[in-house]
Design a protein around this ligand. Structure first.
Ligand code: ATP
Length: 308
């Protein structure tokens, strides 16, 4: 379990994190999204003890990660796929991680199979593609069968098969009770795998939402008919909200079946009828637009009213 409370971090005049709270629970995939420079990597590095917070706390299983007695068992981290020695062989990088934690050598073979690097285990790191390096980072992260996984943009460089594989891996890890904390700019993918999504902007957490509950809240019916004006007047008695877009009506608070029954009973010609919900991307764009005026990083520091 990962718990961040009231985390603050500045680099000179740049606010990287301000009053950030976050919990990554066992058995869940917790995602952090945000624009470039939002503070995602700083947050992850603070949890791993690679950055010192100015204020607040970042705990793993109730302790600062630096005090974990078996660090690779507590957290598996993949935060920088370029961190490996370019001249080392794949198998040796994983072996070093295993030996440093007193893990058996057979874990090396198992984890290399798991991430799909067994066929290239003798290749030097410098000869790996970005996607292969991501897999190597994951091999090291997974080797101790950790209780938590921290993955900073692990989808970068992965091909379609790789993204599909990663989806399965994240699900398997969380189903096995692991607390998975992940960041990515590939929102469509996160929407599929994450249980909770936090949005960071300019170091502030501007939204934290349960993915299933958000999808349910934004669920609506889209109905295209020959007379949207008249159909609207009919549906308005039962719907909680209706928005017209050309010949389409977007109807909240009713099921597809309820809309169909009313339309057919009153002899409307219905061209199409489907359930829909807002995408994570549309929510995200709206949230960032709303947060922009409060941006603490981009604002100039206040000027003193001295003589000009
Ligand atoms: N070591 C550092 N020294 C100075 N500023 C830093 C340092 N590390 C991060 N920053 C600044 O802190 C802010 C947050 O950076 P961070 O790397 O955490 O963002 P991010 O959300 O991970 O971005 P990206 O999506 O581009 O990876 C940025 O303004 C960045 O320039």
């Amino acid at each position: 379990m990962i718990e961040v409370s009231d985390a603050h971090k500045r680099y000179g005049s740049t606010v990287a994190l301000t009053a950030v709270d976050l919990t990554a629970e066992p058995g869940q995939v917790t995602a952090v999204i945000g624009p470039n420079g939002a503070g995602k990597s700083t947050l992850f590095r603070a949890v791993l003890g690679l950055e010192t917070l100015d204020a607040g706390s970042a705990l793993v299983d109730g302790l600062p990660y630096s005090r974990a007695r078996t660090p690779l068992r507590a957290v598996g981290a993949a935060v920088d796929p370029s961190a490996f020695h370019p001249a080392r062989r794949v198998v040796d990088e994983v072996l070093i991680a295993a030996v440093s934690q007193g893990l058996p050598r057979r874990r090396v073979e198992a984890v290399l199979h798991e991430v799909g690097l067994w066929p290239v285990r003798h290749r030097r790191v410098r000869a790996l593609s970005l996607g292969m390096r991501q897999r190597l980072s994951l091999a090291v992260a997974l080797i101790g069968r950790p209780r938590s996984l921290i993955l900073d943009e692990p989808l970068n460089g992965l091909d379609v098969d790789g993204i599909h594989w990663m989806r399965g891996l994240l699900r398997e890890a969380s189903d096995g009770g692991c607390a998975v904390l992940i960041s990515s700019h590939i929102l469509s993918e996160l929407e599929r795998v994450a249980d909770r999504i936090h949005v960071l902007a300019s170091g502030r957490m501007i939204s934290s939402a349960d993915v299933a509950a958000s999808a349910e809240r934004s669920r609506h019916v889209v109905v295209v008919s020959d007379d949207p004006g008249a159909l609207r007047s009919l549906l308005v008695t039962q719907a909680t909200d209706i928005v017209r877009e050309g010949r389409a009506l977007l109807v909240w608070g009713m099921t597809v079946r309820a809309v169909a029954e009313m339309a057919f009973r009153h002899r409307f010609f219905v061209e199409s009828l489907a359930e829909s919900h807002d995408s994570l991307e549309s929510d995200y764009v709206r949230l960032l637009a709303e947060a922009a005026p409060l941006d603490p990083v981009l604002k100039e520091p206040p000027r003193s009213d001295g003589p000009s």
